[in-house]
Ligand binder design. Sequence first.
Ligand SMILES: [Zn+2]
Ligand SMILES: [Zn+2]
Length: 134
Amino acid sequence: MTAARPPNPPAPRAWVPPPPPGLTLRQRVEQSEREQGLRCDDISCGLGPSDDDPEPTADLARVIIHALGDGNPACAHAFHPACLVSAERVAGWAPDDERERERTGGPVEVSCPVCRAVGAVPHDDWKKGEQALE
Ligand SMILES: [Zn+2]
Ligand SMILES: [Zn+2]
C-alpha cells in the first residue's frame, strides 16, 4: 500500500479572492427576506418563505448571541430560536448537556453556526426554539 504521506504544509492565507460582483437573483431574494426579518442568518434557515409555503407562519422573532463575559453581542448574526437550536444540535450537542442546561435555567451556551463565535442566549429563547421544533 502507499506510505503515509507527510502532513501538508499550512495553506497560505494571505489573499482571499474578492466576492463576485453582484448577487444572483436567489441571493437577492434571500437578502431582502433577511432585511424584512423573514429569514435569519442560519444558512439552512427553514422559516423563511419558500416556493411551497410563501406565507411564513412561525414566530419570526430572532435572537442574537451574547458574549459570556461582558454581555455584548458576540457577533453580528441573528437567528430564529428554532434555527439556532437545530444548528447547535447538528453541531453535536449531547442530550445530557441540553438537559443539564435546561435544568439550571441560566443562559444557554452556544456557538454561532455562521462564524463560530461562542456566547450564550437567554434560557427562554432556547426553550422557544425547542418548542418550535417539536
Ligand atoms: Zn431561521
Ligand atoms: Zn456569528
